[in-house]
Design a protein around this ligand. Structure first.
Ligand SMILES: C[S@@+](CC[C@H](N)C(=O)[O-])C[C@H]1O[C@@H](n2cnc3c(N)ncnc32)[C@H](O)[C@@H]1O
Length: 267
């Protein structure tokens, strides 16, 4: 299938491709690069924050596999493949682990099918679906075929929630997705916050919106409400470089990291 048949809308900037460009990837187009350049003028620390977020994802996935024994992951808002990908981290610990990736961007779909290949013992599935339609995700053959909902699943929502501007909608979707998951399941998320650098984040979020990408930043208090009904695990909801930091992330300055993350357990 050609890019034209897929209708990648390459003339319109897209969040997945802006993110890819700012992470140093190749899967982006002139409109994405122009938007990214503009946004970074207002939000110079954004690429640093994005890299810190990627490392948070890897530490979170490793910890869930190695210390919590999680063997099933539902990752929504996967993004373009960027090494290491979640299944690589998890399957390095547990080759039999199963991952279902979900995104609604056609270019992510093409690259994910090509690159997100599983170990022989495990499985990686890819679902083209919208986070805002949790029923479609839960009822999909992909999810029902690859994941056993009677056993714990980690629902991972990494750097996607800031594209859903309504807090109540986020809470409704998370509740719906967590509802059928077994006790012992985990919610892991990261999302943009105002707390560390309010003026810069406000300007950066305005730039995203001006480029036609609805985006919102939240306070830590609001982010914590996304975990209502679950037990937030140590160290709570924190700037992602402070979540079980590695050597690299400990060197970062708080004002550069405007994305908070955390994980919580379903009892
Ligand atoms: C900033 S990227 C994050 C990628 C990856 N999770 C990470 O943190 O490195 C956000 C991703 O969410 C996807 N996305 C945005 N809105 C979505 C929606 N409503 N449903 C599914 N995916 C969505 C975009 O296509 C993009 O791939």
């Amino acid at each position: 299938m050609t890019d034209r048949e897929l209708d990648l809308k390459t003339e319109i900037p897209h969040s997945a491709r802006i993110y890819d460009y700012l992470l140093g990837g190749k899967d982006n187009f002139p409109a994405d690069r122009a938007a990214a350049t503009n946004i970074v003028k207002d939000w110079p620390s954004l690429p640093t924050g994005m890299r810190a977020n990627r490392r948070f994802m890897a530490r979170m996935a490793h910890r869930l596999a190695a210390e919590h024994g999680i063997r099933q992951f539902l990752d929504i808002g996967t993004g373009l493949p960027t090494s290491p990908n979640l299944h690589e981290v998890v399957q390095a610990v547990a080759p039999e682990a199963r991952i279902v990736y979900v995104d609604n961007d056609p270019i992510v779909l093409v690259h994910a099918r090509a690159l997100l290949t599983s170990t022989a013992e495990g499985r990686t599935g890819y679902l083209d679906a919208d986070f805002r339609d949790p029923e479609a995700i839960l009822e999909s053959e992909q999810l029902r075929g690859d994941l056993d909902l009677d056993r714990p699943v980690a629902l991972s929502l990494i750097a996607i929630l800031h594209f859903i501007v309504d807090d109540a909608e986020v809470r409704r979707i998370i509740d719906r997705l967590m509802e059928p998951l077994a006790p012992g399941s985990i919610l892991a998320l990261s999302t943009t916050t105002f707390d560390n650098n309010p003026e810069v984040v406000a300007a950066g979020v305005a730039a995203y919106n001006a480029h036609g990408i609805p985006t919102v930043a939240r306070t830590r208090t609001v982010v914590e409400t996304f975990f209502d009904g679950l037990e937030i695990l140590d160290p709570g909801v924190v700037a992602v470089h402070r979540w079980h930091p590695d050597q690299e992330s400990s060197k970062l300055d708080d004002s550069q990291i405007t994305i908070h993350g955390g994980i919580a357990l379903k009892h």
